[in-house]
Design a protein around this ligand. Structure first.
Ligand SMILES: NC(=O)c1ccc[n+]([C@@H]2O[C@H](COP(=O)([O-])OP(=O)(O)OC[C@H]3O[C@@H](n4cnc5c(N)ncnc54)[C@H](O)[C@@H]3O)[C@@H](O)[C@H]2O)c1
Length: 309
């Protein structure tokens, strides 16, 4: 057991990736707060308490866990969740922020509520939990924070709220890593890919089928999506990042999918154009010729203008 004696909070742990993370942390010996209000895919209230089922599963396997049903989007609730971990298990060693939901629309159709709700659960929810947890972890001079971003940080059609939140989570994580590393706290982020209700559901499959029929997806691309691996493949890397063995892995971003994990080149300077100090500022006329020749050569428009049909 690699996490014996540790205590952890896993948010959004009633289903999907969070559930698999909670089960594995408990199997590795950690005591776990299983947080999940059991909301729908869009954050709407639903019947049932999936957190209870996960707690039962952990206990049946001989592990230690309690359920929490609060929303991470609420600052005070997040504080109470951290307090309950400390009160129940004596400390908080590990925080895994998995909670998430989607409200997908093109930007011109997206309501203010769609934007605010997604930012509140993902970006603000991460900040709420990290803020309260780091207060305790800093005093203890130990902590492991694993946040959940997404490859949507690169930009994703119909998900500008989600993409913005997930890109924000990378900046948040890297800032926490820099601020807290000296206190023995690490903060890393995951970009997973796994079949859950968020990624593979009836509506999504119908959309893939329409795109296949319209020739916008190849059969191979369609088959690969239909064979998306399960969320259990993401959990081992999260559990590893929570161990003492990962004490020098800090401020990093990992993609996990099936039996493959990769890092990213991130934020490094790529191409540049420059003038000597005595040549003054760029003029707009100079940039009109120098940007395509220098900075953008070989880099296509990611979404070129189309003629109206
Ligand atoms: N599945 C993927 O391929 C994928 C890809 C990229 C990123 N992610 C991210 O991974 C995380 C987990 O996604 P998943 O696919 O397991 O989704 P999921 O819908 O299966 O599980 C998310 C869980 O979060 C809970 N939740 C929602 N709002 C909450 C709130 N305010 N407070 C606490 N819990 C809340 C839900 O009740 C649900 O059980 C999310 O942050 C998601 O954005 C997933």
């Amino acid at each position: 057991m690699n996490l014996k004696g540790k205590s952890a909070i896993v948010t959004g742990a009633g289903r999907g990736i969070g559930k698999e993370v909670a089960l594995l942390l408990a199997k590795e010996g950690a005591s776990v707060i299983v947080n999940d209000p059991g909301v729908g895919r869009g954050g709407e209230a639903e019947e049932g308490a999936p957190a209870d089922d996960v707690v039962s599963e952990i206990k049946a396997a001989g592990g230690n866990a309690i359920a929490n049903y609060d929303s991470v989007a609420d600052y005070a609730n997040a504080g109470r969740m951290v307090k309950s971990c400390v009160d129940t298990f004596g400390k908080i060693d590990i925080l895994v922020n998995v909670a998430g939901m989607l409200r997908e629309r093109m930007i011109w159709n997206m309501t203010e509520d769609d934007f605010d709700a997604v930012i509140s659960v993902h970006l603000k929810g991460h900040w709420n939990m990290c803020h309260h947890a780091t207060k305790v972890m800093r005093t203890a001079r130990h902590g492991r924070i694993i946040n959940f971003s997404s490859d949507a940080f690169k930009g994703s059609v119909g998900q500008c709220n989600y993409s913005a939140a997930k890109a924000g989570i990378i900046g948040l994580t890297r800032s926490i890593a820099r601020e807290c590393g000296r206190y023995g706290i690490t903060a890393n982020a995951m970009c997973p890919m796994a079949a859950t209700r968020m990624t593979v559901n009836d509506a999504v499959i119908a959309g893939w089928k329409r795109r296949l029929d319209a020739g916008l997806l190849t059969q191979a691309q369609y088959d690969a999506r239909m064979a998306m691996p399960g969320p259990e493949f993401v959990a081992p890397m999260v559990a590893y990042l929570a161990t003492d063995a990962a004490e020098d892995v800090n401020g990093q971003l990992f993609h996990a999918e099936r039996s493959r994990i990769h890092t990213y080149y991130f934020g490094e300077e790529a191409r540049s154009i420059f003038k000597q100090d005595d040549e003054g500022m760029f003029t707009v006329d100079e940039l009109i010729s120098m940007v395509p020749e220098g900075l953008m050569q070989g880099i296509p428009n990611i979404a070129p203008k189309e003629d109206p049909k």
